[in-house]
Each structure stands twice: as C-alpha cells, then as structure tokens.
Design a protein around this ligand. Sequence first.
Ligand code: AMP
Length: 282
Amino acid sequence: MVIIDNILIMKKEVENIKKKFYSIGFVPTMGFLHDGHMSLLKKSKKDNDITILSIYVNPTQFGVNEDFNKYPRDLKRDLKMAEEEGVDIVFTPKSQEIYPKNFSTYIIEEKLSQKLCGKSRPNHFKGVATIVIKLLNILKPDNAYFGQKDYQQYLVLNKVVIDLNLDVNLISCPIIREKDGLALSSRNIHLKGKDRARALSLSKALKNSEKMINNGEKGKENILKYIEEYILNYGKCEIDYIEILNGNNLSEIDYINGKIIIAIAVKYGNTRLIDNVVLEVK
Ligand code: AMP
C-alpha cells in the first residue's frame, strides 16, 4: 500500500495508473475508519483495478461552532485497517496544500443543499462539494463510493457532477449499522453515558416507520409525529429535523408515495447524529 500526502506526487501516480488503462475506484473519508467506510472500500475493490482511499478532515465543511477540532482522528489505526482491506493507495493531503492562503474558489450547489442538513449547517455542502470536486480532479477516478447514511451529500455531489459534466460515476452504498441498529459513524465514539442507548431510538423509529408504511400508512404527519414522540421518549436530546421528502430530489411531498426519504438529525450533547431510510412506496 502506498501512502501519498503530496498533490503533485499523487497526480503523477494517477498518470501512471491511467497509462496502464487500470480503472480507479475512490473512497473519500475523514478517517477514523469503521465498517461503514470498509464496506465502501470492499465495493470499490470489487469494481475497480485500483482503489484509492482519501483521509482528510475537511475544515471548510464544519461551521464555526462545530466539532472540527474534536473530530476523532487516528491515522495509524486507519492505515492499518486500509492495508488489511487491500487498499492500493491512501491519499492524506495536507491543509496547507488543499487550501493555500490565497484560496478563493468554491463549488456551490444551490437547491438540494438548502434542504435538511443545509438549514442548520449553511456552508456544509459548499465545503463538501469543494473538497470532493478537488479530490476528483486530483485522482480522476472512474467510480467514487459514498454511503447512504449521508444521502443528501450523495444527491448534492451527484448534481454537481452532472451540472459540471464531470466524468465519474458516483455510487451510493447501503448504511452499515451496529448489531443493535445504530448507524456506524466516526462520531459515535463521542456518545457519553446514556446517550448511546438514547441514540438507538433513531434507527428503531425509522424501522418502525418503515413497517407502518409497508402496512399501508400514507399520512406523512402521522409518521413524523410518531418518530418525534418515539425519539423524545428515549430521553434527553435536541431534534434538529425529522423530515419526509421526495427521495430523488428532496422536494416536499403531501403524502407517502413513490421514492421517499425519511431523514433524521438529532443532537445528544454535542454529538450530532443523522440517519435515514429510503423507501419505494407503491
Ligand atoms: P466520513 O468519513 O464520515 O466523511 O464518511 C466517508 C464516507 O463513508 C461517506 O460517503 C459516508 O456516507 C460513508 N459512511 C459513513 N458512515 C457510514 C455507514 N454507517 N455506512 C455506510 N457508509 C458510511
């Protein structure tokens, strides 16, 4: 496994790979790897000749009062996990190179990024789109892999790729969960005391909602009320949003039909968790 932290060296390496006509799969992450990240790497390895993992905690996607400094980091452990998974190249760029002092260009998607997380994290998707497009330009992958846990992120990036005519396939992969249902997240390590048990309410509420919908419930408000009460019943938390939207374009829907997403964001102490389920409802 090759570890590269320099953009020019990385570009040269990509040039060499392209000369051999090898396909490149790319998995962008902020590190502190878990089985969710591993599932993306496995899929990339299956689909491509070469798999590149990037590890970079991107400052521009964090708001001023958010957890950039506290975001968990453990590069040594990440590299060991990547090596064991058979990753070919790990790209760990430095902030000085990614955002030099005179940096002044950003990518802004104006519609999808205003919804859900975009309301409480106004510049989040600007930061995400900018770093991912930069990485796509450096690595020139054929395929890039994203988790459905950050479904809005996938939709926003896919829109940017289409709007800017980029030659890459973005692939959304299923949410990987703990045995009890909690969606894996690097931030779960910050869940203190009873918050770990409380956070379980997110996946449970989503699962129960899915059952209600499969049993014929069409009322959006009924499901939203059910989820809110369910989560609050588990104990202290701050609900950021619970929303049911069109699963293709995040537009508002009147009742549950077609492809929908039920998306949740809840804060336990300083730890903000998101979860969702995407359903095809007849
Ligand atoms: P992050 O390191 O949190 O920025 O995530 C990097 C990638 O891993 C993103 O595409 C995430 O959607 C994906 N990811 C994070 N958690 C999970 C999970 N539990 N299951 C599947 N993919 C995930």
